[in-house]
Design a protein around this ligand. Structure first.
Ligand code: SAM
Ligand code: SF4
Length: 333
């Protein structure tokens, strides 16, 4: 089988799949408080998700990340993880992982570990319960900390993803770093991206460039750039004084498109070849058109053949250019 290679000679080995648009939180930078969610019939069923992911794996995808919305609020999602683990057993899939807000981890961490999951990314922007309630609107910090502890007990490696928000968690940079060091979690900072139809002014207000965050870190620590890449957009530094490795995801100040190996599928089966472009291919129709995967495979190949070179996000000139109207919960980040 010919593997998936895009027009810029980039092999597609990483698939991110959103399994639901729903969530038990309403993070202010991600969702509106009152969201209109999709009718159930529009969502891919668990069986369709399995066929879709298995087809991508047959075409060379080696890393699969499940996301959302909140993936762990999708009903029976453990059935999906259990069936996908067969691709880990066969060796076709090297990594099965998920990005979660952590609220359901206390319930599911053991089962996830039993399905062959080794690492989870947990989004956490603050360690202050009041600020946590403010930014997530509906979330409770103790429940998430309990979930993270359960993941650790189950033997899962935890990476904390923190969205850098000006005037919100700037003062928690060092406390977050210390907490992750104590708990043995990796830590990655994410620059806030212009997703969804929030006001332009608010977004520029929240924008805390990671180069400023990094400069703040460098005031206290010696930072060494690491060549290491995780097959994604993160760049890493080591803090010499503590040995901690810190990731930075800077889609807006640093263009990482040249090494992009990934595509995304939404919970309705839309394949986005680039997070920052509107072009997409519908995979739900080919999935539903035939019981065998031939039509689906053709649709995937045709879409990869038009994967664009890169995105157009740009905060320079104090204007949000290239802004996307999709919410992050739609494409799963
Ligand atoms: N619910 C899960 C979670 O929160 O981890 C998975 C889905 S969430 C959309 C995936 C990631 O996107 C989270 O780390 C979240 O912080 C991040 N995110 C959401 N909106 C964002 C935005 N506007 N800019 C940057 N990151 C964003
Ligand atoms: Fe939900 Fe994750 Fe979006 Fe927060 S960032 S609202 S937890 S999907």
């Amino acid at each position: 089988m010919t593997p998936l290679i895009d027009p810029f000679a980039r092999p597609i080995s990483y698939l991110r799949v959103s399994v639901t648009d729903r969530c038990d939180f309403r993070c202010t930078y991600c969702m509106a408080e009152h969201m209109q969610f999709l009718p159930k019939k529009d969502l891919l069923t668990l069986e369709e998700l399995d066929r879709l992911c298995s087809t991508f794996i047959r075409l060379g995808v080696e890393k699969l990340r499940i996301t959302g919305g909140e993936p762990l609020v999708r009903r029976d999602i453990m059935t999906f993880f259990r069936t996908m683990s067969r691709h880990l057993d066969s060796g076709a899939l090297k990594e099965l992982t998920l990005t979660t807000n952590g609220s359901q981890l206390a319930r599911f961490a053991d089962e996830l570990a039993a399905c062959g999951i080794r690492r989870v990314n947990v989004s956490l922007d603050t360690l202050d319960p009041a600020k946590f309630a403010e930014i997530t609107r509906w979330g409770r910090l103790p429940q998430v900390l309990e979930g993270i502890a359960a993941a650790k007990r189950a033997g899962l490696r935890v990476k904390i993803n923190t969205v850098a928000l000006k005037g919100f968690n700037e003062d928690e940079l060092f406390p977050l770093l210390d907490w992750c060091a104590q708990e043995g979690h990796d830590l990655t900072f994410i620059e806030v991206m212009p997703m969804g139809e929030m006001g332009e002014e608010m977004r520029l207000d929240q924008y805390w460039p990671l180069k400023d965050l990094r400069a703040r870190l460098a005031e206290r620590f010696t930072l060494t750039d690491l060549a290491e890449r995780s097959g994604g957009p993160a760049r890493y530094v080591r803090i010499e004084e503590t040995g901690q490795k810190i990731g930075f995801i800077t889609p807006l100040t640093h263009n990482f498109c040249e090494s992009c190996n990934r595509v995304r599928v939404t919970c309705t089966g839309e394949l986005f070849m680039c997070l920052g472009q509107e072009d997409m291919a519908d995979l739900r129709a080919p999935l539903r058109a035939a019981a065998d995967d031939g039509v689906l495979e053709q649709a995937i190949r045709a879409a990869i053949a038009r994967k664009p070179k890169g995105h157009d996000f740009d905060y320079s000139r104090q204007k949000v250019a290239g802004q996307m109207s999709r919410h992050m919960s739609h494409t799963g980040g």
